[in-house]
Design a protein around this ligand. Structure first.
Ligand code: GLC
Length: 649
């Protein structure tokens, strides 16, 4: 949009910075800056307009964008242009991801690079490497307490390793996802060190208070993230003689985004990682970016404005780079992280589908899909140019972030049902084969979250320990049933490293003082590559899981109806154990897939008369197995814990 006031301001900024940049070819930069400047200016003004140094800060912002554009490598610029042309590129069904810790997966970044063929063998072409930026030797919240945003932690490798990995992945048409921890820094970060020593600009990078008055005001409405290990949201700092806001662990200092200097630092860091070759940046803990007394300090309007501004800026310098919102919040709130509008108020193109994740686990525990159906029915429709990251497990705990109203509509009492789920997954419930652990038990609210690897939660650990062949088979079926859903639901499926070979809980964290208080380490494994080699030995669980996943992934890539264009239709069927939806290719309506999943441990029936458009006379074939589905008359029979991706032949 052309608007005179912002445009004349832009002209004056460009006049000031141009001499330095005049030998550069800035054509694309100028076009994009022109297109986005009105939005950038108005957002920046909304957030920081009252400050006397507003104009100076805006100049710094434009300078940051220009500098980072100039240092962006030609191959990355070329990729930006290609993605501008093919702007729906990330919605396609060809993308299949995996998240991993580089040290746990293969020692370090060079190890990850050596194992690129492993991903290709499985069909994974998007790899999210969890934090690799420098962090303290001791506790660092698994790398989420960063002490230097522009350096790689020596335990993971070097910047050169990242660039080489990114280049190698580009050659193989694979996408690299890296984390940027926006909300806080480690207390060892230079800014925190300087703030402690009393250097003035840095004190304003954080929230610190001389007395308990302001902290106590905040605490009245702020929940606790780690109530058992790091209660409260403030930590007393002896050196400063002040309370520091620390929403996560006491060594993670929350950044103060009401200070434009913080925004500009983080913008520069985002573009720095874009320029190292990352295709997608996972923006950590975005719900927490803005703090306001009297609120939960999550999902505040300003947090959204900050993200819109980040997106508008990134589109000027590195438009091919996407953002993932890590916002593990209620469905009505999550949806807002895509932005209000795909063009004028866009935020992140991708968001974690935590609700779907929690609902799938509910279906596993209850063996029915009542709440899953109910919850998905109420999942708000997202913007067109946005997509979900669908996952079963990740490095974090499982929070039962399911809407209480949905729990009631599914026929349960919310309190009792949550209690049941926790007992079920921690193996306390009679007959439960799950071997999860409680995480962040909150004595005040009664909340508990769950840790544990997929295989252990699905019963594989218990089954292997007891040597029960049938229980092993059941657990493997659960593992595959859940993967069937993330691969077909619509969005980018994100596998979690180790799950592809049925990795069970790793108890070694209990003897490590740095990790012992945080049960999430039980599901952050070190891959045993000798065990992984068993994926080639038929009859082993590793083989059964890996091979089945490989087949499903390659089937997914062939099904255009699985591309995510908001083209999923949930079908209401009378059998409560089934979760049934249809995916349709928007560009060819005859191209449809009927996805049927059975959460029960007995075969279940589905009458085709109940499924509109999938009539009696159709000849159906399962896209995964290539066979006709089992049926009797016009009733489909879905095997115990089985699923179909049905196509009309
Ligand atoms: C995110 C990360 C989690 C971390 C937290 C604080 O939620 O996924 O592992 O503990 O942010 O950085």
């Amino acid at each position: 949009m052309y608007e005179q006031q912002s445009h004349s301001l832009l002209n004056s900024i460009l006049n000031r910075i141009e001499p330095e940049f005049e030998k550069q070819d800035l054509r694309y930069f100028y076009t994009r800056l022109g297109a986005n400047f009105y939005a950038i200016h108005s957002l920046f003004e909304k957030i920081y307009g009252k400050r006397p140094d507003f104009a100076e800060q805006l100049l710094r912002l434009v300078e940051t964008l220009a500098r980072k554009y100039i240092s962006r490598k030609p191959e990355l610029r070329a990729r930006d242009i290609a993605r501008e042309q093919d702007y729906n590129w990330f919605l396609g069904q060809q993308w299949v991801g995996m998240a991993l810790y580089s040290n746990g997966f293969a020692g370090n970044l060079q190890g990850v690079r050596k194992h690129l063929p492993y991903f290709q063998e499985l069909g994974v072409n998007l790899v999210h490497i969890m934090p690799i930026m420098r962090c303290p030797e001791g506790k660092s919240d698994g790398g989420y307490a960063v002490s230097d945003f522009r350096e790689i932690d020596p335990r993971a490798g070097t910047l050169e390793d990242v660039r080489e990995l990114a280049a190698d992945m580009r050659e193989r048409d694979m996408l690299l996802v890296l984390d940027v921890v926006l909300n806080h820094t480690s207390d060892q970060h230079e800014w925190a060190v300087k703030a402690r020593a009393g250097y003035s600009p840095y004190a304003d990078y954080y929230f610190t208070f001389p007395t308990r008055n302001v902290p106590d005001m905040f605490e009245q409405s702020m929940p606790e993230v780690f109530p058992d290990t790091s209660p409260g949201n403030f930590t007393w700092n002896e050196e400063m003689q002040r309370w520091v806001m620390t929403v996560f662990n006491d060594y993670q200092w929350d950044l103060n985004y009401s200070n434009p200097a913080v925004f500009l630092e983080m913008l520069d860091i985002i573009l720095f990682w874009a320029n190292q070759g990352a295709d997608i940046l996972r923006l950590d803990a975005v719900a927490f970016l803005w703090k306001k007394i009297g609120s939960t300090c999550q999902n505040e309007r300003e947090a959204h404005l900050i993200l819109q501004l980040m997106k508008d800026c990134c589109q000027v310098t590195a438009p091919g780079v996407l953002f993932i919102a890590e916002a593990i919040v209620a469905p009505v709130e999550v949806i807002k992280y895509f932005g209000e509008d795909a063009v004028i108020a866009k935020e992140c193109e991708i968001a974690y589908n935590a609700t779907f994740m929690a609902l799938m686990w509910d279906a596993v525990a209850t063996r029915n899909a009542k709440l899953l159906n109910q919850g998905i029915r109420n999942l708000p429709v997202k913007l067109d140019q946005a997509t979900w990251l669908n996952y079963i497990r990740c490095h974090d705990d499982i929070g039962l972030g399911i809407d209480d109203r949905d729990i009631v509509l599914a026929g349960y009492n919310p309190h009792e049902h949550r209690r049941f789920l926790i007992d079920f997954f921690t193996g306390e419930y009679p007959g439960s084969p799950a071997r999860g652990l409680p995480f962040a038990r909150n004595e005040k609210t009664g909340d508990t979250r769950i840790s544990g690897s997929l295989a252990s939660l699905a019963g594989l650990q218990h089954a292997l320990d007891s040597g029960d062949a049938q229980a092993i088979d059941t657990a493997i079926r659960v593992v595959l049933l859940l993967h069937n859903l993330i691969l077909s639901f619509g969005g980018i499926p994100l596998l979690y490293y180790g799950d592809e070979i049925g990795t069970v809980n790793d108890e070694t964290y209990r003897s490590d003082p740095v990790k012992m208080d945080d049960s999430r380490w039980v599901h952050r494994p070190y891959i045993d590559w000798q065990r992984a080699a068993r994926r080639n030995e038929p009859e082993t669980p590793e083989y059964q899981i890996f091979t089945a996943l490989k087949t499903m992934i390659s089937a997914r890539k062939e099904l255009q109806a699985f591309a995510d264009f908001n083209n999923r239709y949930l079908l209401e069927v009378s059998n409560p154990h089934l979760f049934v939806f249809e995916r349709t290719n928007l560009f060819k309506s005859s191209d449809r897939v009927l996805v049927v999943s059975n959460f029960h441990t007995q075969p279940q029936k589905l009458s085709l008369d109940e499924v509109p458009g999938w009539g009696r006379n159709m000849s159906l074939v399962d896209a995964v197995g290539g066979q006709q589905p089992e049926h009797f008359d016009h009733t489909l029979v879905i095997p115990a814990l089985g699923f179909y991706w049905l196509l009309e032949r």
